[in-house]
Design a protein around this ligand. Structure first.
Ligand SMILES: [Zn+2]
Length: 437
């Protein structure tokens, strides 16, 4: 068992309970006790007892729209479509399995160090990603970059093979969804086939929808409909479908998301950096959509620190609507934890007895959390959303396994990951340059 005592516990449960100086106890992969005061025990031999004085315990973060990244810091000035052609597609077309493995290791390591316990990762070479996720200990939902064959990315067959090879690894911690790159590289028929495959496999779907105005215009030109309307008619949408971005949704498209129970990943910092715009989050929330948060990719968002995205998700709508009452601190923390977990139909996202034990400890005995009023829940939420960042995370526990303690990753060698990820990028870049020549 893992026994965490003396923590300020934010449970994120329906009642939004907090326990100051409380405990969280984990047995195997699940939470078995949460409450006030120290756990009455007794602790047995071999149990790990953590004194979490000066720390808060909360559910691990869920990065609901994620791509493993092999490179970053290139094409930072380009709009989405040009950026994809100049940077993203050449890199992912030239991946080898080993490069994908080290890129995933670097990505997951950075995420775990920032308190992210689940990633919804759309990328390529899924067996390599699954191996990385299994070894490092992160919870991962993987999907391919499926596009029409002429675009030289993945096909539904690749995705199906990946499902057979990877789904269920790590005692079920690693899953495979059907992933659709985006409609400009797809067709209504492909979306219908993707839905049929997902239903056949009994799994979910991950897609980019309505990310940019150019995407919406392209869809209207080619199909006579907006992207979400095309997806709706193809039967793609549903509670098992995560639609990323949804920046340019019409009122009708928001209603279609609502009607189908489609899950939304809001990625405001990526949308801002790429010049795509600001999603209609207040309207989506008013419509009752379940909205989580994602960083998107380090290639286009550069940082994988989800706390940065949390802050962005709160403040950008206030700036845009001239309304400081929008998206308050507890709202955005819920989006990054329980909403993301619900979107993936996981048993995480709240510290409750019986749930899977994805737990993080955040250091509050720091300048970023000063001053801190003892016993004040609202103050903790405020500091988490606005004053802190991922480097405040001290301990990360996934599925009952401590993967980071005292900011040190326990499952992997961080120095080796940095070295190998750099080498992998150099190798892939050389292949890209050679293909261009
Ligand atoms: Zn994306």
């Amino acid at each position: 068992m893992i026994i965490i005592n003396n923590a300020d516990v934010l449970t994120l449960n329906d009642a939004d309970d907090a326990h100051f100086g409380g405990h969280v106890v984990i047995d195997g992969t699940r939470i078995v006790a949460v409450g006030d005061g120290a756990w009455p025990g007794p602790a047995g031999e071999g149990d790990t007892v953590i004194d979490a004085r000066g720390k808060l315990a909360m559910p691990g973060l869920v990065d609901l729209h994620y791509h493993t990244a092999i490179g970053k810091g290139f094409s930072d000035h380009l709009p989405l479509w040009e950026y994809l052609e100049a940077c993203w597609y050449p890199l992912i077309r030239n991946l080898d399995p080993e490069a994908a493995y080290w890129a995933a290791m670097a990505s997951y390591a950075e995420s775990l160090k920032g308190g992210v316990t689940t990633v919804n990762d759309m990328y390529r070479q899924l067996p390599a990603l699954g191996k990385a996720a299994e070894e490092i200990g992160i919870r991962a939902v993987l999907s391919n970059d499926v596009a029409l064959p002429e675009h030289d990315l993945d096909t539904l067959e690749t995705n199906q093979e990946a499902y057979r090879a990877v789904h269920g690894l790590g005692d079920g911690r690693v899953e495979v969804y059907v992933g659709i790159e985006w409609l400009p590289l797809g067709s209504p028929e492909m979306l219908r086939d993707a839905r049929a495959l997902a239903d056949d496999l009994g799994t979910g779907i991950h897609i980019h929808l309505n990310e940019s105005l150019t995407e919406v215009q392209d869809s209207i030109k080619r199909f006579g409909q907006r992207p979400t309307e095309v997806a709706y008619d193809a039967g793609l949408l549903g509670p098992d479908c995560v639609a990323a971005h949804c920046v340019h949704l019409s009122d009708r498209e928001i209603a279609l998301m609502r009607e189908t129970g489609t899950q939304i990943s809001h990625n405001p910092s990526s949308n801002a950096k790429l010049g795509n715009g600001i999603a209609r989050l207040p309207e989506m929330l008013n419509a009752g959509l379940n909205v989580g948060i994602g960083h998107d990719a380090a290639e286009c968002n550069n940082s994988r620190d989800l706390f940065e995205v949390i802050k962005f998700a709160s403040v950008i709508h206030r700036a845009n609507r001239l309304d400081s009452s929008l998206t308050q601190a507890p709202d955005v923390i819920r989006m990054a934890t329980r909403n993301g977990s619900d979107a993936l139909r996981h048993e995480t996202g709240r510290l409750e007895v019986g749930r899977k034990a994805d737990v993080i400890l955040v250091n509050t005995n720091t300048l970023a959390f000063t001053p801190l009023v003892p016993g004040d829940k609202a103050h903790l939420y405020s500091h988490l959303a606005y004053a802190s960042n991922g480097s405040a995370v001290d301990t990360t526990i996934v599925d009952g396994q401590i993967v980071m303690a005292g900011r040190e990753l326990l499952t992997v060698n961080e120095e080796e990951i940095v070295r190998e990820a750099n080498a992998a990028f150099a190798r892939v870049l050389a292949r890209v340059e050679k293909a261009k020549a």
